[in-house]
Ligand binder design. Structure first.
Ligand SMILES: *Cc1c(COP(=O)(O)O)cnc(C)c1O
Length: 387
């Protein structure tokens, strides 16, 4: 058996477990209407919750940014690849979020995988919700700290772990809105535990930023909490419609992260044109109440219209509306049946979700119309009986 033979076996195993992933090439910009292999599809897949990714105003801002700042940054931020426009963006993000300072990262994956190792290392301890995003999990593993993963939202279990820990440096990490479930972490309770046991509380607001809270300021603003312990991660490729991420918090915290986060330091700075576009996106988010109200209306409409028995619509008040199917093959069959009807909804299988909880991950966007959502709900209702 050569290395290639081993790999071929692994691929065959994936195939047999219905775990092969497949990409589709879209011929149109990000929007509910997609064209795949020449066929028009109505998509419920993106994290473009406010419909900004394809917004012409944002595309204009990006083009203008490229005219003004060129294509690339030329170096890492700490060498010479940091620009006025990125500094302005960081200030804008910090004031929008209500934190002292923010640090702009190229991606959310890099922010999460860089922040945790910068704050806790060997001898430290990280406490993490078992359903946290993979980038938080990877950050935790990279840190070489002790890892304690508590059952989803189980604060009693978390408290027992915190109580038992003798580590000096401690960090609790959680998604705000869980990306495959759509439910929201009890942030005030988590902060209370962090206070009691003197831990950092790192909140990954990838799916709350732009969507939840006053003016879309996110899940932390919605919860009405503030503390120097809070490490806020926002991503800029979802509701913000562009790409990138930021860490926001107390001044010394952010200064330390800039000094120590390896995923900030050892990578070329993102193109400054993106920051120019993101300043526009921040304005659109701030003035986006109409989009958010429409989105909330669509969520209520979808949940009201759906009548499922065999499959389970999971409890969620966010634009992430998963339908739990259970079996991998059945989830795939359902996604395929929807596809045949012109509806594009991804089936999510392990390892993205726990074994036995394969699901459809429907995500709604302010760019959808009422009739888009009604069409999806009625098709699902019909398929439950015919599939
Ligand atoms: C998407 C996502 C990330 C990663 O952000 P990117 O900017 O896409 O790298 C991190 N955390 C959560 C919860 C996410 O959903």
């Amino acid at each position: 058996m050569t290395q290639l033979d081993l790999l071929r076996d692994d691929l065959r195993d994936l195939e047999q477990a219905h775990l092969m992933r497949q990409r589709r090439n879209n011929a149109l910009p990000c929007a509910p209407l997609a064209v795949v292999d020449g066929r028009e599809m109505l998509a419920f897949c993106s994290n473009d919750y406010l419909g900004l990714a394809g917004d012409p105003a944002l595309a204009d801002a990006l083009a203008e940014g490229a005219q003004r700042w060129g294509a690339g940054s030329g170096a890492s931020h700490l060498v010479s690849g940091h620009y006025d426009v990125q500094h302005t963006l960081e200030q804008g993000l910090a004031s929008f979020i209500g934190c002292e300072r923010a640090l702009y990262f190229s991606t959310g994956y890099m922010a999460n995988s860089g922040v945790i190792p910068a704050l806790v290392g060997r001898g430290g301890a990280v406490f993490a919700d078992r359903l946290n995003h993979a980038s938080l999990v990877d950050g935790m593993l990279l840190s070489r700290a002790e890892t304690h993963r508590y059952p989803h939202l189980d604060l009693a279990a978390l408290e027992r772990m915190l109580q038992a820990s003798t580590a000096r440096r401690k960090l609790i990490a959680t998604d705000s809105v869980f990306s495959m479930d759509g439910d929201v972490a009890p942030l005030p309770d988590l902060l209370r535990l962090a206070d009691t046991y003197d831990a950092w509380l790192m909140v990954d607001d990838a799916h709350g930023f732009g969507v939840l809270g006053p003016n879309g300021r996110g899940a932390v603003a919605e919860a009405g909490i503030a503390s120097w312990r809070l490490i806020l991660i926002g991503t800029l490729g979802k509701a913000a419609g562009v790409s990138g991420a930021f860490v926001a918090g107390q001044t010394e915290l952010v200064e330390w992260l800039m000094q120590k986060a390896r995923t900030y330091i050892f990578t070329t700075g993102a193109p400054p044109a993106l920051a120019h576009a993101l300043l526009c996106s921040l304005e659109l988010i701030l003035n986006g109440d109409e989009r958010r109200t429409h989105l909330e209306h669509l969520i209520a409409l979808f949940r009201g219209r759906l009548q499922l028995k065999r499959w389970q619509l999971m409890p969620s008040r966010t634009p992430i509306q998963p339908i739990r199917v259970g079996d991998n093959a059945e989830a795939l069959a359902l996604a395929r049946a929807l596809w045949d009807e012109g509806l594009w909804v991804p089936a999510i299988r392990p390892p993205t979700v726990p074994v036995g909880s394969a699901r459809l991950r429907i995500s709604l966007s302010a760019a959808h119309t009422e009739s888009d959502v009604e069409r999806l709900a009625s098709t699902l209702n019909r398929l439950e009986h015919s599939l």
